[in-house]
Design a protein around this ligand. Structure first.
Ligand code: ADP
Length: 250
């Protein structure tokens, strides 16, 4: 038997490693004496390369879950692992590094820096990355490439105030891709868009998913959720159900 056909247990586990795993995830917010347990112990696995949606009523913990999955906030108890790395084992600076290189974020209100142009907003995301090009010229070239990918080559020098909502969201998608992350986490990316802009943003999402990236979207958009490979439904801070709509289509 040739050496290459032997799979060590380690190799096998790396190949089947989910992009994101949460184990018994609890988040409690404290304000004075008041405690609110927003996540009640959520365990789920998001396969690498999948397109998942997180749905559920407002105020039931979807954004909180996404923030914890992205290492933007720490869990009260329980664990989040990204490609097998348990986030609780990382220092704050190691967590920032992992976020910069492995994760891209897109938010409902775009969160672009208003004094920077589109291309500068994309470049800014490369500042904290270990893997992004270091030379300013290369960073600029990559930022232009990403803006072209989202169909905004001509808007590179526009400030956010000179762009429509849909265009701003596409800049924020380009920014999320700046460091070529494996995972994109999106919180209501179409929640603030008209239907034409929404379609343009969804087209970008599907295009990016086709390149093999793991995409997780918190959404109220039922058309989008219907196209997901897995839908996680969150109710009252718990995982109510996980369904695979694409698998049930004839
Ligand atoms: P969803 O995304 O499903 O609308 P969220 O995760 O945003 O829900 O919020 C879930 C609950 O947690 C809400 O009741 C919200 O008010 C509360 N919450 C969210 N963030 C905080 C915070 N920083 N401090 C206190 N409560 C919070």
């Amino acid at each position: 038997m040739s050496k290459s056909t032997i799979q060590t247990p380690d190799t096998a586990s790396v190949q089947t490693q989910p992009a994101i795993r949460t184990q018994d995830l609890v988040k409690t917010y404290r304000s004075g004496k008041l405690e609110t347990k927003v996540l009640q112990g959520i365990s789920l696995a998001i396969p690498a390369g999948s397109f998942s949606c997180i749905i559920g009523p407002s105020g039931h913990g979807k954004s909180t879950l996404m923030h914890l999955m992205g290492g933007l906030d720490r869990a009260t108890t329980g664990e989040v692992s990204i490609a097998g790395t348990a986030l609780s084992t990382l220092s704050d600076s190691e967590l920032s590094e992992l976020r910069a290189d492995k994760l891209g974020f897109v938010f409902q209100f775009f969160n672009l820096l208003k004094n920077l142009t589109a291309v500068e907003n994309v470049e800014a995301a490369m500042m904290f990355s270990k893997t992004a090009p270091k030379a300013a010229k290369q960073q600029r070239a990559r930022a232009h490439e990403l803006l072209a990918l989202v169909g905004l080559a001509e808007k590179a020098d526009a400030k956010p105030s000179q762009l429509s909502g849909g265009q701003q969201q596409r800049v924020s998608i380009a920014r999320a891709l700046a460091n070529d992350p494996e995972i994109l986490l999106m919180d209501e990316p179409t929640g603030n868009l008209d239907s034409q802009s929404e379609q343009q943003v969804l087209d970008q999402l599907f295009k990016i998913h086709a390149t093999g990236k793991t995409i997780v979207v918190v959404t109220h958009n039922s058309d989008l959720a219907a196209q997901a490979e897995i839908i996680f439904e969150i109710k009252d801070g718990s995982l109510h159900q996980a369904v695979q709509p694409a698998a049930t289509k004839v």
